[in-house]
Design a protein around this ligand. Structure first.
Ligand SMILES: [Fe+2]
Length: 289
């Protein structure tokens, strides 16, 4: 019988009594899924996983979505991305170390964005390097009514690296920056709850506003959403596995650890569902330039 222990923060729960290397019973999986959408981050400790075992475990939560950036793809298991701050010789890999730093959700620059991401720690530094999470359901529900009225009902253009072009060097062909359109405030497909979906890293603009009005509104929403009361941090141990929500939460790796100490993860991504129906999508696409 599994136990689900919520953290004392606004999100996150640890799952006890479940071995991610073994098949999961149907009633346990039902409870896991309910806890996942409620707490947005689930933690499983003390179970080292191979890349293939992480893939098997991840499939309990949906179909895997292979990442568009091939540079850090696992050589034998294409569904797995290697997250590392050091290269094969142990030298600092700035591109690798910078990935995932800054508030974002995963793959919002694809028209079918990610439902969830799993990260499995294989090396952690002696201090720092937490992953911070922020609860965007809470941020939306607590948002001042005047700000809510300005952002609700809007659609956004998302691009890899967003309006500040933060991911240079990740793409093989930098002229083809992936982009997608999603609602700024998203309704969760399972819970029906609304949350802030735009994020500081991958959002380019609010469709229908001038660049300056869009920038001002994004800055104001992001300032609100970054308030500490919406946040919780995962303090990593080797052999931890975490699954997080990309539909209703942000995350950000913390770069406050000794840079030459290894911080390494195996990662998988679970495919989500479309956020905008045709023909609305086609109509919105005519408004971007
Ligand atoms: Fe991420």
């Amino acid at each position: 019988m599994i136990k689900i222990i919520p953290t004392d923060g606004p999100m996150g729960a640890e799952v006890l009594g479940l071995d991610p290397r073994l098949p999961i019973q149907a009633d346990d999986l039902t409870r896991l899924n309910a806890a996942f959408v409620d707490r947005q981050v689930l933690l499983f400790r003390d179970a080292p996983l191979s890349a293939q075992q992480l893939v098997q475990f991840s499939r309990n939560f949906g179909e895997l979505q292979t990442h568009i950036a091939k540079r850090y793809q696992h050589p034998e298991v294409p569904e797995v991305v290697l997250n590392t701050n050091l290269d094969d010789q142990g030298n600092y890999d700035k591109l690798g170390a910078d990935r995932g730093v800054g508030w974002h959700s995963d793959l919002p620059y694809q028209q079918v964005p990610a439902k969830a991401t799993l990260l499995h720690a294989t090396a952690v530094p002696s201090s720092g390097g937490n992953t911070a999470f922020a609860n965007m359901v809470m941020a939306y529900e607590a948002m001042p009514a005047t700000l809510k009225a300005r952002i609700d009902g809007k659609f956004s253009l998302f691009k890899l690296g967003g309006r500040h072009q933060l991911t240079q060097g990740v793409l093989q062909d930098p002229s083809k920056v992936p982009r997608a359109i999603h609602p700024a405030i998203r309704t969760h497909p399972e819970t029906g709850r609304k949350s802030v979906y735009i994020n500081p890293y991958h959002t380019d603009s609010i469709i229908g506003l001038s660049r300056s009005d869009s920038d001002a509104l994004l800055d104001e929403v992001f300032d609100w959403c970054m308030r500490p009361e919406f946040q919780w941090q995962q303090v990593w141990r080797v052999a931890d596995t975490v699954i997080w929500e990309n539909r209703s939460a942000w995350h950000s790796g913390q770069q406050d650890y000794p840079p030459l100490e290894a911080r390494r993860f195996l990662r998988t991504t679970i495919r989500g569902t479309p956020t905008v129906e045709e023909p609305m999508l086609a109509q919105l696409a005519t408004q971007i330039h």
